[in-house]
Ligand binder design. Structure first.
Ligand SMILES: Cc1cc2nc3c(=O)[nH]c(=O)nc-3n(C[C@H](O)[C@H](O)[C@H](O)COP(=O)(O)OP(=O)(O)OC[C@H]3O[C@@H](n4cnc5c(N)ncnc54)[C@H](O)[C@@H]3O)c2cc1C
Length: 484
């Protein structure tokens, strides 16, 4: 019997798990894929939005501003990289000033912290000399920042697990039922569990669970955003996250530096039907490039190292849908969490956990420890620090990923940690092995060997992202065809 079962191990589910671990609360998080952070939480622009974009009075506006203000503490507690590099919303049209004024006023009304003002062409050019020639003026958002979305999600989960929360991956929830005793039965691919409360954090699938238990039906559709990633060589071309004026489909196409030094170009915004269709398309990428070229004329396309896409959980109201369902006591929604969901995640989690704690009369957990240390990042250390690590553990002297300078020790630790990596992509998200210029061409074989050793399985069984995504002779493991 659990106090709370969370459906979905994205940034929201994992943040809620961490907040609940502040209480004496038996929590289980069920994630259907082979790892946490496998939905939109791994495929976004990674911006800490300042809070100027959402309509005043909405949950998006409230939780964006509250969440943004929590990231310095998260950086301290969870050792997650956060950079306050500012955001610039650039107008490329002479008549764009009223829109910038509107965004400025929204930011003020929303309580956006830090510097917030419109800057003229000269100041914009002084700050960002590589800005396109048609740039007119911009809104400067001092509270704009960037974060690593995978490390944030993993850090929430690791810290929650350290504090007692349980995580199960490859655990697809298929049904949620109210029991006669007032509790809930959560039916999943790994078994059925009784719980006092449920948190619905299933991303694009969160409408399915809400609609299973509530008469207040909702509809979440996927809105795909496609991106290019540019090599680290271009990390200094822009300092700030470079937005264009927003449209009714979202915040528009950006050029956004990442905390790891690569540069994102995108995302597009296309409403689609299929909740699993994370393809990139020639048309989508061409659109991203065309529109981004206003911000950065002559984008060096030879510098693109890969492409990806993410699916926003877009609801019908334009706002987040949060809180206990009116007609389903004990069932708490975290639905329609599209952008700024990453930024809002700590505030949504804090609020949701407090709601649940009140409902279930949970006591504070006196042993809660908010501190989680990240895996040492060999690439960021000086020679003396590197030598000290190697002296302690010789595996730090073995470079597995040459592009990102990731060592064998980091990979082994990523697998051994609570809620550790189970596949090659899980190692990649926790260490950056395979995220560099060669896109895992060099390091995959050794990563497969290490995963096999650490997990006690054959290298043939190691997958890229779970399921049947075997890296070695995959057909051997197809159902009923095991010729090994
Ligand atoms: C293109 C794009 C750009 C964005 N840019 C930003 C940005 O710059 N800044 C920002 O603040 N926000 C941004 N966002 C929004 C942010 O990424 C999301 O709001 C956030 O990741 C939502 O997290 P989540 O946990 O709700 O969803 P997800 O990360 O999608 O997690 C849901 C999880 O539920 C699991 N699940 C689904 N069904 C089941 C089931 N039946 N059983 C068990 N598990 C299940 C899924 O596998 C998944 O892991 C962006 C989003 C996109 C797509």
């Amino acid at each position: 019997m659990y106090d709370v079962i969370i459906i979905g191990g994205g940034v929201v589910g994992c943040a809620v798990a961490r907040e609940l671990s502040r209480y004496r609360c038996k929590t289980l998080l069920l994630e259907k894929t082979n790892d946490i952070c496998n939905g939109q939480s791994k495929a976004n622009t990674a911006i800490l939005h300042g809070g100027y974009d959402a309509k005043p009075g909405t949950l998006k506006a409230k939780f964006n501003v509250l969440g943004n203000a929590m990231f310095d503490r998260l950086h301290e507690e969870l050792d997650v990289p956060v950079q306050w590099n500012t955001s610039l919303v650039v107008s490329f049209q002479e008549d764009g000033h009223p829109m910038l004024e509107k965004l400025l006023q929204q930011g003020i009304d929303n309580g956006c912290r830090g510097e917030l003002r419109i800057i003229d062409r000269e100041e914009l050019r002084r700050r960002e000399p590589n800005i396109g020639s048609t740039a007119c003026e911009a809104l400067l958002v001092g509270a704009g920042g960037i974060v690593c979305p995978y490390e944030l999600t993993v850090a929430y989960a690791e810290n929650a697990a350290m504090n007692g929360a349980e995580f199960q991956r490859n655990a697809e929830v298929t049904e949620v039922k109210k029991l006669a005793n007032g509790n809930w039965l959560v039916v999943s691919s790994i078994g059925s569990f009784e719980t006092r409360a449920v948190v619905n954090a299933a991303g694009v699938y969160s409408d399915v669970f809400n609609n299973m238990v509530s008469e207040n039906k909702i509809h979440i559709h996927p809105r795909r955003g496609e991106y290019y990633i540019l090599d680290k060589k271009y990390k200094n071309v822009f300092h700030a996250a470079m937005f264009q004026l927003p449209t009714k489909m979202g915040k528009g196409i950006l050029i956004a530096p990442t905390v790891d030094g690569t540069v994102l170009v995108g995302p597009t915004a296309e409403d689609i039907e299929d909740k699993q269709d994370t393809r990139t398309t020639a048309e989508g990428l061409a659109k991203a490039l065309r529109e981004a070229s206003k911000t950065w004329e002559h984008i060096p396309t030879r510098g693109f190292i890969t492409t990806f896409s993410g699916l926003r959980s877009t609801g019908d109201t334009g706002d987040f849908l949060l809180g206990e369902a009116e007609d389903a006591p004990g069932f708490f929604n975290c639905c329609a969490i599209e952008s700024p969901g990453l930024t809002s995640s700590p505030a949504i989690a804090d609020w949701t956990a407090k709601q649940i704690a009140g409902k279930l009369a949970l006591e504070t957990n006196p042993d809660f420890n908010p501190i989680r240390k990240s895996i040492p990042k060999f690439r960021e250390l000086d020679d003396a620090q590197r030598a000290a690590l190697i002296a302690e553990n010789p595996d730090f002297g073995k470079i597995v990923c040459r592009c990102e300078t990731v060592t064998e020790a980091e990979i082994r630790e990523a697998i051994r940690r609570p809620v550790g990596a189970l596949d090659v992509d899980g190692v990649k998200r926790r260490t950056r092995a395979g995220m560099g210029r060669c896109q895992a061409g060099f390091c995959t074989p050794r990563t497969v060997e290490i995963l096999a050793e650490e997990l006690g399985i054959s290298p043939l069984e190691v997958t890229k992202f779970g399921g049947k995504s075997y890296l070695l002779d995959g057909y051997l493991f197809e159902e009923g065809k095991n010729h090994a």
